[in-house]
Design a protein around this ligand. Sequence first.
Ligand SMILES: Cc1ncc(C[n+]2csc(CCOP(=O)(O)OP(=O)(O)O)c2C)c(N)n1
Ligand code: SF4
Length: 324
Amino acid sequence: MPVNIKQLAQEFDKKEIGITQGHRLCPGCGAPITVKFVMMIARHLGYEPVVGLATGCLEVSTTIYPYTAWSVPYIHNAFENVAATMSGVETAYRALKNKGKIPEDKKYAFIAFGGDGGTYDIGLQSLSGKIERGHKVLYVLYDNEGYMNTGNQRSSSTPPGSDTTTAPVGKKLPGKVQLKKNIVEIVAAHENVYAATAALSEPMDFFAKVEKALNFDGPSFLAVFSPCVRFWRVNDDKTVEISKLAVETKYWPLYEVERGVYRVTRKPRQFKPVEEFLKAQGRFRRLLSRPDAKEIIDELQEYVDRRWERLLALEEVTKDKPIR
Ligand SMILES: Cc1ncc(C[n+]2csc(CCOP(=O)(O)OP(=O)(O)O)c2C)c(N)n1
Ligand code: SF4
């Protein structure tokens, strides 16, 4: 029987999670919930987490000198290279084990956390290198769809029509015009990897994927839909609701790819139009008042529909056919 939230709450009533209260993230931010879910499962499974964190909202808000909210071995590095740093950390621990300086049976979970800026954009090469070299590190992307720490600039994860400071919705342009980069496909293309998406509104699915990722014999990657209540312009009690809408509208499909084998892990019987997801957030307000809003929404709807059909087709065709 997989562990549920109630059991985790009881277990961690007496045990530290690894990140404590007192950090300065906005109330309702998806990032600390993401961290807690990952760390709780790691600890529940008997792993000791060793964490690397790229520069970004999560980092600046949890490590304000001279304080830290982290109570596990932790290393901060530049915006672009958390995967490279954690490759080194994982190798160092392996060497120490080989030399007998760490007990053979001690289980460590090497976890790299990064925002979408540090993952889709500037840290992509270091992420690719980590996976290609086969480091057993779980990379957790908290995807808040923008460079939030520096004030809401667009990233290659920002969806079209979202209002950002570097691609604002105005008279001439409808905000960002490009679709979101498909990071999971890029990671999955490394073949010898476990890659999955997760949402805070689907904790059981989330927990199962963390367990699979940590127990996978090789590199793993989890893309977590992580609302930024501040710049998505939603109330701080709407984090779970927005995550739910993202799944229910096909905006954020829940699936996994294990050595090339696709599995869609949630298949809602009925979907809502993607417009409902957009309407629930202030970052799309200016888009929705433009005369060409319908065209942009239709294009997004068409994209999410096609991607969903493609995922189902991939699930069918890759069944029992791992690429390595
Ligand atoms: C090479 C480099 N360019 C720019 C910066 C400035 N910078 C620090 S954090 C950040 C944005 C981080 O965005 P993301 O990774 O999405 O994390 P978030 O802040 O959204 O949590 C930027 C641009 C930097 N630290 N290093
Ligand atoms: S600005 Fe956004 S990502 Fe940053 S702490 Fe606030 S809610 Fe979280």
